[in-house]
Write a protein that binds this ligand. Structure first.
Ligand code: HEC
Ligand code: HEC
Length: 397
């Protein structure tokens, strides 16, 4: 990913507009009726993203809360060993993902594809490929462009719901942010007491949440979620095309869109996020860096259909990060040439999803079409410092 900082002011004014739009929408929770009016009719279940983001009724968006969430997102004080922030794995230079097959959290050093463990090391790799946070505000959105931020599915196996709930989980996970400093049960309380000792957080939490003890785990989750809802990229060539600009896609991209539909991709990759947010068994191979097989949702080997937006940021692909390029992904789908095959010895062929593509036509055009789902106009700002005074973003130099 390139860092186009020239779009900085455009992007921040866009964020401001979105923040205002969120506030306006909060009253209309949880359905996003305003959103539906800004989206053109869907084609084959595909459509543009809404231009506004919906926040839960009890977590309205406001500038001071976004700023607090941004500080927390970049502050390694949230990690046991004070060396990892959310941005260590979700960095704007990598499209809010990390360019790795499996993530490196605690005891890691560096950023993006060159991030590695310090030696000696007893921390395992993260279990699954890092998801991008771009457009995570729209997780769960349906073909009707309605999304409910309270029940929004999170993770490859959908084990969490809502950004508010999700954001506290990495803090308590050993290999992501917790390390050996404290037990899983004590992690959140320990981090909250650290925050309570930092004057700038005392001021910022009080200004945003008020009350006698504003620094709580719940409010930490709310601030992080509020910031994450500003990380949107809704102006791709695909969105412009779906909103009526026939010139937004090239001839090859339109051919690719048709081949995508003909190959049955949109049976699962549907709606404005190009995901049905359902779980499907595809038999993707495990990552050899792990010592045990990843059996997905409740041992079923089902994983969530990922969004196909911003694929430039999410390589290498799949829950295990084992497919390096989009050409590899299309070869994976096409491998059985009419009879789907499983690439995972733990997944028998007869348990593969009934919607598994049979053959994939015009693969070059499909790749060109998927390119129309990238956007470079998102918030890439890196704060100059964080309230703890620790290195911004953690050990990412
Ligand atoms: C060590 C790397 C790492 C760190 C640090 C990290 N994440 Fe993640 N994040 C991941 C991985 C890996 C996944 C997917 C995990 C899964 O599905 O089991 C993920 C998933 C997510 C998701 C779900 C996205 C979706 O579409 O479902 C959100 C939201 C998120 N992270 C936010 C955060 C926040 C907020 C923080 C800081 C409090 C954070 N992450 C810290 C690696 C990391
Ligand atoms: C049966 C539902 C289904 C169909 C049909 C389907 N996919 Fe997928 N797709 C998924 C699921 C589920 C995953 C994640 C699988 C995993 O990681 O184990 C996925 C992953 C992907 C990824 C990787 C995204 C990332 O960020 O890692 C791409 C790209 C992709 N699919 C493109 C396509 C294309 C192109 C087609 C049509 C040829 C297609 N898919 C058909 C369900 C489907």
């Amino acid at each position: 990913m390139k860092a186009a900082l020239s779009t900085w002011s455009l992007v921040s004014s866009l964020c401001f507009l979105l923040a205002v739009a969120c506030q306006k929408d909060d009253a209309v929770s949880p359905g996003a009726s305003a959103a539906a009016t800004t989206t053109t009719a869907t084609t084959n279940g595909l459509g543009a993203l809404p231009l506004t983001v919906t926040a839960p009724a009890d977590n309205a968006s406001m500038a001071a809360k976004i700023n607090l969430g941004q500080a927390l997102f970049w502050d390694p004080i949230l990690s046991g060993s004070r060396d990892v922030s959310c941005a260590s794995c979700h960095h704007p230079a990598s499209g809010y993902a990390d360019q790795l097959d499996l993530p490196i959290g605690v005891n890691g050093q560096g950023l993006g594809a060159t991030r590695r463990f310090h030696a000696p090391n007893d921390i395992p790799f993260g279990k699954r490929n890092t998801q991008t946070l771009l457009n995570v505000a729209f997780n769960g959105i349906g073909v009707d462009a309605v999304c409910n931020p309270v029940t929004a599915p999170m993770f490859w196996d959908e084990r969490a719901q809502s950004l508010e709930a999700q954001s506290l989980l990495p803090i308590a996970t050993l290999e992501e942010m917790r390390g050996h400093q404290f037990s899983e049960a004590a992690a959140l309380d320990s981090v909250v007491s650290r925050l309570r000792r930092i004057p700038q957080y005392q001021q910022q939490f009080a200004a945003v949440f008020g009350g006698a003890a504003p620094i709580t785990a719940t409010n930490l989750g709310k601030a992080l979620a509020c910031f994450e809802r500003t990380l949107v990229a809704t102006d791709t060539p695909f969105d412009r095309y779906m909103r009526g600009d026939q010139t937004a896609l090239t001839t090859q991209q339109v051919q690719g869109l048709n081949a995508f539909v003909q190959s049955g991709c949109q049976k699962c990759h549907s709606g404005p996020m190009l995901s049905d947010y359902q779980l499907h068994v595809l038999g993707v191979a495990d990552n050899g860096k792990l010592t045990t097989s990843d059996s997905g949702q409740n041992g079923t080997y089902a994983f969530r259909t990922p969004s196909l937006r911003n694929l430039a940021a999410t390589a290498p692909y799949m829950h295990s990060g084992v497919l390096t390029t989009l050409a590899d992904v299309l070869r994976f789908y096409d491998a059985g040439r009419g009879t789907p095959t499983s690439a995972n010895p733990h997944v028998p062929r007869n348990s593969l999803d009934a919607l598994f593509p049979r053959t994939v036509t015009n693969q070059q055009a499909i790749i060109a079409f998927l390119g129309s789902l990238n956007s470079d106009t998102y918030d890439k700002r890196v704060p100059a410092q964080v309230p703890s005074g620790l290195p911004v973003g953690g050990n990412i130099q």
